[in-house]
Design a protein. Structure first.
Length: 558
């Protein structure tokens, strides 16, 4: 069929090239078996028609005795590939006792690309306007040219895929258009990684050793291969990426992952959140609008409601962007709601953990439809120990030490190595942020991640016990520190200041309905000593807790 036009069906974000037997989503080839493709083509050519199960079996398995169970398995594979039934998107209906029907709206039927086109530069569309990422894109391009192998790291929603696609388009000419995007998100079996890469490159891998066959077929070609969403099949991706790096000297690899691949040649780039105006900066509204986080929010509101944000709204936007830690996905979801509900109402909504997790946009890919879905994706990859520690560090509001984490989240029968490995795993999987203070690591959960972890803590009925540990730890920390002025130096002073948020959380819990009056008394006494030495920064926290009496305690749903 090379060079000739073939006919295709389009529905939703999908394109079905019938003669070429390829299913695409946003231009990216999706892995789907031959039988499943046969079924999808047969159903999609008869939209709205109920096709009997026997007719489908006879069409796909002619002259073969096949049970209905095999049909159900392949229908399930189609539904999975299409995301059928998720967030209201439906394509295949099961009509009880009669058969199956394709119920998606066929948008068009037209000439489609040839197989030559499919095997030549398949990249998703790049964003029309890239906000705040020029420096990142430039650095990643340089890294690819110098080292051939770059992994973009960061938590879900930080913008790794957007950056990778932009880089792909920016350097495509350097590869004579041989730039390919491989979406691994839908894979559940690591054994299919090599074949999925091959399919995206227009290669049919038929041997029993697809990894090596893939390397042999691309060994002499100059290519850019973008491996997107590697974390859930990371061992298989790491193995193939390393083989390509070692044995195919002209192949360049750009991976996106929430975890390092940890193989030879990999150069890691941690994607930062968008910059947010610092608190109490005293900047004008015009200056605030130039920060990338605010730009993204304002752009989204403008597109969705058709009017710009006012100066009064901008001040609330800054608070929201700061609360969302500058994470682009979270900001985008909040802005979409602000366009309909108003900035003030959206700001109030974000005060509720449950509402924060429900921020959604139905046309995003499934793992980015809501903040909860994004974090579910990461949490599902945790080991048992990592999962326990993850939810138990949720009471910490700001940066905490390894010692503090072990006091609050550990159990007496855990070895030191087990706990350290769990913290390292959470950091490695981009679920906790890390910074060094005088050579010592300090950790923090992003606010959205903390909200999710608090929900998991309550689901496991551990909230009271763990908040009690956190309150005791903060009490002992405060009592053990001499009531002297804050330590000198920007980093040390920042760490000391960050303790105030956790002291506040400890006080709110201790004076709450399920708190501990003895801990509250000790915290108040220790706070008073600090007040006398430091001019009252802790007393403001103590006064705040007077209003907490009778309110739900920190971390517990209203």
């Amino acid at each position: 069929m090379s060079g000739s036009a073939v006919r295709g069906l389009s529905f939703g974000p999908f394109e079905l090239l019938r003669d070429q037997r390829v299913l695409l989503r946003d231009g990216v080839v999706l892995p789907l078996g031959d039988r499943a493709l046969d079924l999808l083509v047969y159903l999609a050519e008869r939209p709205g028609e109920i096709v009997a199960k026997k007719e489908l079996i006879d069409h796909v398995w002619p002259s073969v005795n096949v049970e209905e169970g095999s049909l159900r398995v392949h229908i399930a594979a189609i539904r999975k590939a299409l995301g059928d039934g998720q967030f209201g998107d439906r394509y295949i209906a099961n009509v009880q006792g009669r058969g199956y029907s394709f119920i998606g709206a066929i948008n068009r039927e037209a000439g489609a690309a040839s197989t030559d086109d499919i095997s030549h530069s398949r990249l998703p569309l790049r964003h029309a306007r890239m906000i705040g990422r020029d420096a990142v894109v430039a650095e990643v391009k340089d890294g690819l040219r110098e080292d051939r192998f770059v992994t973009l790291l960061g938590p879900g929603g930080i913008g790794k895929t957007t950056i990778a696609v932009d880089v792909g388009h920016a350097v495509a000419e350097e590869f004579d258009g041989e730039a390919f995007f491989v979406d691994l998100a839908s894979l559940t079996d690591p054994q299919h990684v090599a074949r999925t890469i091959g399919t995206s490159l227009g290669l049919g891998l038929g041997s029993s050793a697809p990894d090596q066959e893939l390397v042999e077929l691309v060994r002499s070609r100059r290519l850019l291969v973008i491996l997107d969403n590697c974390e859930h099949v990371i061992d298989a991706v790491a193995s193939i990426a390393e083989q390509l790096y070692q044995e195919a000297a002209q192949v360049h690899i750009l991976a996106t992952s929430r975890e390092m691949l940890r193989v030879e040649g990999e150069r890691c780039y941690h994607v930062p959140p968008f910059e947010v105006p610092p608190g109490d900066s005293g900047q004008t509204a015009d200056a605030i609008r130039r920060f990338p986080a605010v730009q993204l929010f304002a752009d989204r509101v403008m597109k969705d409601r058709g009017s710009a944000l006012g100066d009064a709204e901008i001040l609330l936007v800054v608070e929201m962007c700061r609360e969302l830690d500058g994470v682009p996905l979270a900001i985008d979801l909040a802005a979409r709601h602000a366009a309909g509900l108003g900035v003030k109402n959206t700001f109030a909504r974000l005060a509720s953990r449950a509402e924060l997790m429900k921020l959604d946009h139905r046309t995003n890919v499934a793992r980015h439809r809501t903040l909860k879905a994004t974090l579910d994706w990461s949490a599902d990859l945790l080991t048992e120990f990592e999962s326990i520690v993850f939810r138990r560090i949720a009471p910490f509001v700001d940066y905490f030490t390894l010692e503090g984490a072990r006091y609050v989240a550990g159990d007496s029968d855990w070895s030191e190595g087990q706990f350290f490995d769990a913290i390292a795993g959470l950091a490695g999987k981009s679920l906790i942020a890390t910074r060094l203070v005088q050579g010592q690591p300090h950790y923090r959960l992003l606010n959205t991640t903390r909200a999710y972890a608090l929900d998991r803590l309550e689901e496991h009925a551990e909230a009271d016990a763990i908040f009690a540990r956190h309150a005791r730890y903060m009490t002992e920390q405060l009592e053990s520190q001499s009531p002297s002025p804050p330590p000198q130096g920007t980093e040390r002073a920042a760490v000391w200041s960050s303790q105030l948020s956790d002291i506040r959380a400890a006080l709110e819990w201790s004076v709450g309905p399920r708190g501990d009056s003895e801990i509250a008394r000790r915290l108040a006494t220790a706070s008073a000593a600090f007040d006398r030495a430091q001019g009252g920064p802790v007393s403001a926290v103590r006064e705040h807790t007077e209003h907490a009496r009778g309110r739900p305690q920190a971390g517990v749903k209203a």
